[in-house]
Design a protein around this ligand. Sequence first.
Ligand code: SAM
Length: 288
Amino acid sequence: MKLLSAKGLLNFNDLEKITKKPKLFAKDDGNFWQDPYISEHLLYAHLDDDSDQGSRKYDNIIQAVNWLCAYMKLPEDSKYLDLGCGPGLYSENFFGQGFDVIGIDFSENSINYAKEQAAEFGYPIQYLCKDYLEIDYENEFDVVSLIYGDLCVLSHQDRDKLLKKVYKALKPGGFLIFDVFTKYYFETREPDQSWYISEEDGFWSEKEHLLLQSHYKYKKDKVRLDKYTLIFNDGEMRTHHIWKHYFSVKRAIAMAEEHGFTVKDYWANLRGKPYEVGSPWIGMIVQK
Ligand SMILES: C[S@@+](CC[C@H](N)C(=O)[O-])C[C@H]1O[C@@H](n2cnc3c(N)ncnc32)[C@H](O)[C@@H]1O
């Protein structure tokens, strides 16, 4: 979309669109996870061990996999499906614990990296570049995971669709591992708007742009939105939405039970830290 008309004038209707609160789950201008430029930066964020931005720090991941495997006590060669596997950090560690692993992600950059790592170290992990909303497995897996808030960023409709597919993909007695935000994750974040000029090779684009950031609350639906609008010097404009649904323990349990799962346990993270009010995350393990 262009912010300048054919006569080179500013288009105030479009400017208004930038500043307006979008309707819940309104579509943006393209999936940033799959954008070739942004996904390369996201891959670096996943691999950056000084930051928790794309993935958790590597030590946390190792501790979580150790904790979860000790908890589930599954036999060698149990089948694990890592949905939203990113560069394969959990897939590799579950493989290291003796699992037969499939990792799925729709970011080509992340899947290519995961495949290269598997080839280099000789891990027979199968990585598939596809949308996990389109999986179609039946009674195949002992464990499925959706780790680092994947269930929080989907619309209610897509989340339901995914949980149905995951339930079908699991063997009877199979486990689903996931984590979700609580409202405390956003405690210091009130609705706000800010902006800055991003130079070339920024996070969102290789071109210089004005970046407008807005944070909105949808209290009734328990959803937050981070909205990023990029305005380029030729008037071209692009918006990205990151939806963040948050849960109480009661609602996370209800969501799992509505889809036929039995809740086995929950913690403040996937490393077994006891849950207490004020925790920004809930880590949960449920069973088919
Ligand atoms: C927050 S990252 C977490 C990655 C990984 N689970 C971790 O913790 O290291 C979310 C990942 O899910 C992927 N993803 C999001 N929606 C997806 C979808 N519909 N199908 C496949 N992958 C998806 C993204 O590309 C990204 O790699």
